[in-house]
Design a protein around this ligand. Structure first.
Ligand code: ADP
Ligand code: MG
Length: 697
């Protein structure tokens, strides 16, 4: 494993160790000792001879012996020099607990940048700064200022909030949740979640990687790593909501629709990261993955001693897309032999309110041995004849024999406490409600599905790339970042889009002959680099049937807009072929600063920003992903036609999405792109409007 000196150190120095109880430098020494770390522990403090019974050294150099890991709790200006000293003394890893870096503003940022440079020079890897520290249970190391040492286990936890770790450890104590590592990443100046992910993927003691993150530092790199790691180990993350990128003046519809949340959502889906809804959910899922074998399929059986919870479980399983199996004939027969006549031998199997541990045990054994059952969910409510503790023992016995996924929900509190304790000792996840158990099973089944999906294949579509290069170069040479409708459509056409025939007309005569060429009815639109949303200023007239209407329309449009926007530079109008009929959808792209091109699809027209019925996906996309994106929206049903309406061809939309996917991958200069609307008929998709924004340099 890389990062071995950090994660599994054999010896530790605490630089800035203190004799004063309550100070971080004291608490860390105290936690390392009480955690039971077996290697040498060296406090460093020039003003002390001894701390907590340990010999104290005046400097790192004075220690003499080898040190794997330094824990630094000095004031921020002193950290830099200390890292150099660590490097000289051969220490290759350091945890910087100290705060007062990037999180305090510009001054701190400078200090942090310097710290990173120094660390690289000195060859010291650093965790933090501004972090709570690290717990590594397999070497009994609690190098943090959280006083609780969790039990050994196979969950590796990464947290961007130190304070949250303290809470999690407290909770874990009660739930007997075991960890391999708990890492507080702090400001992530040098070591970030991506590298930890790689380290944990390679670590034999870790089965599942859990995390609380607020932001990801290098999105695309993280994504690539996650894609590699997830098939080996499940990764479950809670992502705290960040403010949407809505504050920036939105140039395109796509830009205003996509907050940064959408990009995270897509990144997680793409890489198979399981997103937990809350800390509670995070531990439900992490525990299920850590303790139980993965189910080979989605077929689930429920055993219960009460009707109500059985129904709740059945509902929850259905919502979770799990298959509620009818048990095999032989299983039903065997159940009839061991259960009273009044019991239900159908799934959910109702063992009745007076079921004791033997009845539970016999039933569970039969159900779990059924070839058609991939996982069992055992429910229990404490009734007069119920023995929760003995039943828990019985469940554990069957689980040890059959080794299939089994999750349990003992519903209650005091009466079921003893039973829950036994389940935990036996590595059987216990959930307070059938819904939470079903949710955990769903995550496991989804993960299995995800791991067995075929590799993604991106097919390239032939396009006129050079034509786009030229158009972009021309705009950039003129310092124009906004590509107006005409040129945007030219780019789209080069990437295979159908666009209505269109001619620029600078005056009414030109408009007349353009319309003549195109043929009535026509559409006219204002042509101006200063106007981006044309309808808003009365800059679009559709369905002009003849010359008279065209002349009227032209003159009125010019007059109105000149009056409304006297500053705007007007080039005239574009006269366009009228494309009647079809449905209007929006497709577009906005470049996410972390994850790159984010594609959008949704219902088009003026209501898009109100209804927000949109789906996102990161480019590049496969054919399947393009179709799935469309199917995720409610618009999809409308497009397919409701109540006898004729539907439109959604495959052409999927293809259009793949075209803009390829365009945004081919041209990183394109920051935003909007086709609103894309008019879709029974057979084709036409880009009747387009706008593109380029980056400035
Ligand atoms: P903007 O979005 O700048 O206001 P659009 O070019 O999207 O301008 O035009 C507004 C609306 O006019 C479109 O949503 C579409 O309904 C209609 N429209 C525009 N161009 C055409 C065309 N060539 N054929 C048919 N309808 C059109
Ligand atoms: Mg438009």
């Amino acid at each position: 494993m890389s990062l071995e000196k950090l994660l599994l150190p054999q010896s530790v120095a605490i630089i800035g160790a203190s004799r004063v109880q309550g100070k971080v430098g004291y608490e860390i020494v105290s936690n390392i000792l009480s955690g039971g770390f077996t290697g040498p522990v060296h406090p460093v403090n020039p003003k002390a001879d001894e701390i907590l019974g340990l010999e104290c050294f005046p400097s790192v150099a004075a220690i003499g012996g080898p040190v794997d890991l330094a824990v630094i709790c000095l004031p921020s200006p002193a950290v830099d020099k200390t890292i150099l000293e660590c490097g000289k003394a051969g220490i290759r890893a350091a945890i910087v607990i100290t705060a007062g870096f990037k999180e305090i503003g510009e001054e701190g940022r400078k200090l942090e940048d310097r710290l990173v440079r120094t660390a690289r020079q000195a060859g010291v890897r650093i965790l933090g700064p501004n972090c709570l520290g690290l717990i590594s249970t397999h070497v009994n190391l609690n190098a943090s200022f959280a006083p609780l040492m969790p039990r050994q286990g196979s969950i590796a936890m990464i947290s961007q909030s130190g304070a949250l770790i303290a809470g999690i450890l407290d909770k874990a104590q009660e739930g007997k949740i075991g960890f391999s590592y708990v890492v507080s990443v702090g400001n992530k100046a040098e070591l970030d979640e991506e590298e930890l992910l790689r380290a944990f993927a390679a670590d034999p003691k870790t089965r599942v990687i859990a995390g609380y993150i607020e932001n990801i530092t290098e999105g695309e790199k993280f994504l690539r790593t996650a894609e590699r790691v997830v098939p080996e180990k499940p990764v479950v993350l809670v992502k705290a909501g960040s403010t949407a990128a809505g504050t920036k003046a939105a140039f395109s519809h796509t830009g205003s629709l996509a907050g940064s949340e959408a990009a995270y959502e897509c990144a997680f889906r793409r890489s198979g990261i399981i997103r937990a809804a809350s800390i509670e959910d995070l531990f439900d899922l992490a525990q299920a993955f850590a303790e139980q074998p993965l189910p080979i399929g989605r077929r689930i059986a429920v055993i219960t001693n009460a009707g109500g919870p059985g129904i709740m479980a059945a509902d929850a399983c259905e919502k979770a897309n799990l298959t509620f199996r009818v048990l095999s004939e032989s299983a039903v027969q065997k159940l009839q032999e061991v259960l009273p006549a009044a019991a239900s031998t159908n799934n959910p199997v109702d063992v009745l309110g007076d079921a004791d541990e033997t009845r539970y045990e016999n039933t569970l054994r039969i159900v779990m041995s059924d070839e058609g059952v991939d996982a069992a969910l055992v429910l229990l409510t404490p009734q007069a004849m119920t023995h929760p503790a003995e039943t828990a023992e019985a469940i554990a016995r069957v689980y040890r024999e059959v080794r299939k996924t089994v999750l349990v929900s003992f519903i209650g509190s005091k009466l079921v406490e003893g039973g829950i304790e036994i389940l935990r000792e036996n590595g059987i996840p216990q959930f307070p409600s059938p819904e939470r158990a079903a949710r955990a099973l769903q995550a496991m089944a989804d993960y299995v599905d995800w791991c067995s999906q075929p590799p993604r294949v991106i097919h390239r579509i032939p396009t006129h790339r050079v034509r786009v290069e030229k158009t972009i170069r021309r705009h950039r040479a003129l310092g124009q970042t906004e590509v107006g409708e005409q040129a945007a459509k030219d780019i789209l056409e080069a990437y295979g889009f159908i666009v209505p025939e269109s001619i620029l007309a600078r005056n009414v005569d030109e408009a007349r002959s353009a319309a003549e060429r195109i043929g009535y009815p026509v559409v006219i639109k204002i042509a101006s680099q200063d106007i981006s949303h044309k309808s808003d200023v009365g800059g679009v007239r559709v369905g002009l049937e003849n010359e008279e209407e065209l002349i009227d329309g032209f003159e009125l449009m010019m007059l109105r807009i000149q009056r409304k926007l006297p500053e705007a530079r007007l080039d005239g109008v574009t006269v366009q072929e009228m494309k009647a009929g079809g449905r209007e959808v929006i497709i577009g792209m906005t470049r996410d600063p972390q994850f790159g091109p984010l594609l959008v699809f949704g219902l088009g027209g003026i209501h898009v920003e109100v209804l927000k019925d949109v789906a996102f996906e990161l480019a590049p996309i496969t054919e399947e992903e393009a179709c799935a994106m469309i199917e995720r929206t409610k618009t999809f049903k409308l497009l397919r036609g409701v109540r006898g309406e004729k539907g439109v061809d959604t495959d052409t939309i999927a293809e259009s999405l793949r075209r803009i996917s390829q365009l945004s991958v081919d041209f990183p200069e394109i920051l935003e792109l909007d086709i609103n609307p894309l008019k879709v008929t029974g057979t084709e998709a036409i880009a009747v409007d387009g706008r593109i924004r380029l980056c400035a340099d």
